[in-house]
Design a protein around this ligand. Sequence first.
Ligand SMILES: Cc1cc2nc3c(=O)[nH]c(=O)nc-3n(C[C@H](O)[C@H](O)[C@H](O)COP(=O)(O)OP(=O)(O)OC[C@H]3O[C@@H](n4cnc5c(N)ncnc54)[C@H](O)[C@@H]3O)c2cc1C
Ligand code: SF4
Length: 517
Amino acid sequence: MTENYDVIIIGSGAGGGTLAYTLAESGKNILLLERGDFLPRELENWDAKPVFVEGKYISKDTWYDRDGKQFQPQVHYFVGGATKLYGAALYRLRPGDFGEIKHADGISPAWPLSYDDFEPWYSRAERLYQVHGNAGEDPTEGPHSEPYPWPAVSHEPRLQQISDDLAKGGYHPFHAPCGILLNEADRPRSICIRCATCDGYPCLVHAKADADVIAVRPLLGRPNVTLLTGAEVRRLETGDSGRTVTGVVVSRDGNREVYTGDIVAVSAGAANSAKILLNSASDKHPNGLANGSDQVGRNYMFHNCKAVAALSKERNDTVFQKTLGINDFYFATKDYEYPMGNIQMVGKSNAEAMRGEQPQLTWFAPEWGLDDCAKHSVDFWLTTEDLPVPENRVTTDKDGNVHVTVTMTNNEEADRLYGELKKVLNHAGMAAHHVFRKNFYMDMAIPLAGCAHQAGTCRFGTDPATSVLDTDCKAHELDNLYVVDTSFFPSIGAVNPALTAIANALRVGDHIRQRMA
Ligand SMILES: Cc1cc2nc3c(=O)[nH]c(=O)nc-3n(C[C@H](O)[C@H](O)[C@H](O)COP(=O)(O)OP(=O)(O)OC[C@H]3O[C@@H](n4cnc5c(N)ncnc54)[C@H](O)[C@@H]3O)c2cc1C
Ligand code: SF4
């Protein structure tokens, strides 16, 4: 007879890893089930070819689109989940994101909790993940009860020049909040070496504030925490009442294993959490677990994004580029009645990663080779909010495979944001005709596969008819089942989602601790 755990957590990423971290101090017996292994530390971690061109760290999963066509999703199965590869841009949602917002294609609904409810958890999350930032620079940002725990990562000269030019042009550039273990006041002893291979790469020296380094590794060796890697959860079983999860069915080393726990938290990422619940259909839950409302898997969001490179005559020798943000178009402006979104930097282009863009580049800068293009490019990431549309959904087929059906929303807003970026760049000496979209980052060439910011498949709310989870992220229909990852988002805003997933895991962890006390 195997041990019964107090809490079983499925998935060790931003949500699950952080939940394990915050529950561990309670002394309760915790089992962390992770489908992947530790990401290997090897020179390829910092090599664009294996990372971007060969997709070495992307799962071999096959998912299907609405027409049944196969694609390889950009998901990462490792201890730490997607945060192993993330850009560590750790933004809070804006206070306005918690309310209802009118968009070109419809309404972004209000959250059942406010910014003020989340604020203390954001502060804790920033402390835990060592976020570097300067509160108060970005006019759209909400109040902070505590300053950022670390000063903002400084701009390198080219970015400082762009920031100054934008400020002169009347914009409000700010230092982007960033979770890297960089101590600029003491560089020789800083864990982070401030390199060019951060955004989209794993960190070879474990200096990125990812869920593995920050949340899971500190727990290893604790007597009350068991981490099982290579443990893929296939389904959850319930008892006779149907209200309690009584078994977590795992495939490990080709064997079927069943674990039991008083509380079960699913934190497998928005698509995979929906997959687990949908694949757990039973007589008591014929549409899948916690899915009496038919909401599980629906309202899938992943941001309407563009990666853009601007070529300028001036060289851009920046090493760590992700230091600047612009939120002047985050909400409606005097010229446009809808929000457009966030502009931030993305990892610096290099020749290898740009190879796929060669035809465009030859057209834009015929006299330049790939190396020249990379040296002169300034690289931006544009995020527009996409809407929680019920028809945009994750489903599973009879074999349990994931199907994703998506119609993009707010394309008009996204195009406008691109237009605004071109105007912004005129102020920074980068003429509009030298701006082009690049596809290699986050597999932009197949938009559906670029599911890095996936969210929304088990939204939380007060009404069991329209939501899957209550405001504690407990399933309305079950007494001991929680979902603690980006699935709970009722809307996604236009900033990166990880900090909100982390803050929420701390919030829900506090609730679970009180429940178990
Ligand atoms: C390239 C890239 C760049 C990004 N940049 C940023 C950024 O700069 N800022 C930001 O805020 N966000 C960024 N993101 C997104 C961010 O990483 C995610 O929003 C965040 O990690 C989501 O947390 P999660 O807990 O929902 O899922 P994840 O962190 O993905 O964790 C899910 C975990 O569950 C495991 N799992 C899945 N299925 C099972 C199963 N059946 N059984 C057991 N375990 C399972 C997975 O292996 C994984 O470890 C980026 C993502 C990528 C891929
Ligand atoms: S910039 Fe710092 S955190 Fe990022 S990969 Fe380099 S050393 Fe790691």
